[in-house]
Design a protein around this ligand. Structure first.
Ligand SMILES: Cc1cc2nc3c(=O)[nH]c(=O)nc-3n(C[C@H](O)[C@H](O)[C@H](O)COP(=O)(O)OP(=O)(O)OC[C@H]3O[C@@H](n4cnc5c(N)ncnc54)[C@H](O)[C@@H]3O)c2cc1C
Length: 484
């Protein structure tokens, strides 16, 4: 089939029979028509349509050598640095459409599947069938242009014990039965962003497994259809309050939804299992295959778009109300400029210093990507803070779109005008600032970026433990030993 259109994506979604709980209502069909999902599915549909648009198709797709069929560039196994650049440029096209606010565009998990398929021999260490399974699944996802979500971490009942020890092992999703034709999973995983509007769910390893017999039922990697019997999504309340694109310019377009994932005796057929047992392999699933590097490359490309959005927004606000000449405002703008340039520099270094990995995939250099993924979650917290500081009460003096058609529009035109904007223009700009800095949507975005790769505290520990500081330490010892 190759690349889908937006209409094909929505038709398939509406024909699926998932189990989605939201605000007390269970939805089993026509997901894309539910108010919590209509707008975001239309946004994702636009991304699918962009693949067919002559303006973007060259960047977003490539022709399969075997068939000539066009598929998403996010499935291109990079063999050269030029391939990596091509993958990044495709990510940039989609990221620029949402200004980085959509975290789960298809290219994120397609990147994971691409690296995993390139490393198929790694899976053969456990079982040659797993190697075949991951290759087949990658081709299935690529050829049908599927949208996947993923779920990794166990429920948060008690973090002082491992997932397998929570409630005597009855909370976290685990294998409850091994059958001739597959496995059965029960329990829960904490979250899946875009869960209700995806085609597929990837259930991959995440927390470190100890390799004890108790952890054996938690050692697996598999994929299932989003409407697999027994799979349930428990959604949070939507952060789009129903406002127009004027009143909620970001939430009305990019509210992705997060959902708890419950497995109630979910059957996983053998052909969708990529790992079973082998906790040591589960622990190296992302790093040893190169999946972490391709996924992080996608994320950093996206976050550059987001940093650029905040630089643009802050600059527009500063100019509009005449605060752009004040030193602390310029200091904030400088901070945003530096963030954009650091992101670009780390991305570029990762590409230029890429090397072929043992599976013949051109793998971006890990150290700059690892630095970026430890750096960005923290600087991203500053973005809304800067917008709030620049806007001040402007974020509250904010009538809605309907008020522009009221008898008081004259007040808005007179009293809400800005140095360089009419009253209505200023209201529109500050609505965007509101949705980017203090709305529920904005708070969720900040939380999302902070925990995107996991807990930053433990990530920092992992970075310290894995980074080669010996050359730096040697420099110090050499200096101390010098007698000049
Ligand atoms: C908006 C959003 C969307 C998400 N989407 C997805 C998704 O699509 N798929 C998915 O799999 N996950 C998703 N996640 C989950 C994300 O991976 C986790 O938030 C992240 O891994 C941190 O885990 P946690 O939330 O369980 O926090 P916890 O691990 O429970 O941490 C809570 C607090 O306790 C501290 N803490 C806990 N344990 C330790 C420890 N051992 N040592 C030191 N400090 C500790 C942490 O530092 C933190 O301050 C999403 C999260 C958010 C916020």
């Amino acid at each position: 089939m190759g690349i889908r259109t937006g209409a094909q994506y929505i038709d398939k979604l509406n024909s699926m029979r998932p189990h989605v709980l939201i605000d007390g209502e269970v939805i089993r069909e026509n997901i894309a028509e539910h108010p919590a999902f209509t707008n975001v599915t239309r946004t994702f549909a636009t991304l699918f349509d962009m693949q067919h648009d002559p303006q973007h198709s060259e960047a977003l797709t490539y022709a399969l050598p075997q068939t000539g069929e066009r598929v998403s560039t996010s499935f291109l196994i990079p063999r050269t640095v030029e391939d990596l650049e091509r993958r990044r440029q495709a990510t940039e096209v989609w990221a620029e459409y949402s200004h980085g606010f959509l975290g789960r565009t298809g290219d994120y998990l397609n990147s994971a599947l691409t690296a995993l398929a390139a490393a198929e021999h790694w899976f053969a260490q456990a079982d040659p069938q797993f190697a075949q399974n991951i290759r087949n699944y990658y081709e299935y996802a690529r050829d049908n242009d599927l949208l996947a979500t993923h779920t990794l971490i166990p429920p948060q009942a008690n973090r002082s014990v491992s997932g397998s020890e929570q409630l005597g092992g009855r909370l976290a999703a685990r294998i409850v039965e091994e059958r001739e034709d597959g496995i059965v999973i029960s329990g829960a995983r904490m979250l899946a962003t875009i869960g209700p509007i995806a085609d597929e769910l990837l259930v991959f390893p995440s927390t470190v497994l100890r390799g004890t017999p108790e952890d054996a039922p938690y050692s697996y990697a598999f994929a299932i259809q989003n409407d697999a019997p027994g799979l349930r999504y428990l959604c949070r309340t939507s952060l789009h309050n129903g406002g127009s694109t004027f009143d909620e310019p970001l939430a009305s377009r990019f509210e992705e939804m997060d959902a708890v994932v419950v497995f109630d005796n979910v059957f996983v057929p053998n052909e969708r299992i990529f790992l079973l047992g082998h906790p040591e392999l589960c622990n190296g699933f992302y790093s040893e295959t190169g999946a972490a590097a391709l996924m992080t490359g996608q994320v950093i490309a996206r976050t550059i778009s987001k940093s650029t959005f905040f630089l643009g927004l802050a600059s527009e606000i500063a100019a509009s109300i005449g605060i752009d000449g004040f030193q602390h405002v310029q200091e904030s703008l400088t901070e945003l400029i530096i963030d954009v340039e650091i992101g670009k520099a780390l991305m570029r270094t990762a590409e230029v210093d890429a090397e072929l990995n043992q599976f013949g995939m051109m793998q971006p250099k890990w150290e700059p990507l690892n630095a970026a993924r430890n750096w960005y979650p923290k600087v991203a917290q500053r973005f809304p803070q800067i917008i709030r500081t620049l806007c001040a009460s402007g974020l509250m003096a904010l009538p809605g779109e309907a008020d522009l058609a009221s008898s008081e529009v004259g007040d808005i035109e007179l009293y809400l005008q800005a140095k360089s904007l009419t009253g209505p223009e200023r209201v529109k700009l500050f609505k965007l600032a509101h949705d980017a800095s203090i709305s529920g949507f904005a708070s969720r975005q900040a939380l999302y970026e902070y925990f995107f790769f996991g807990d930053p505290v433990r990530m920092a520990g992992a970075l310290v433990n894995s980074y080669d500081v010996e050359p730096a330490r040697r420099g110090i010892r050499d200096l101390l030993a010098r007698h000049d």
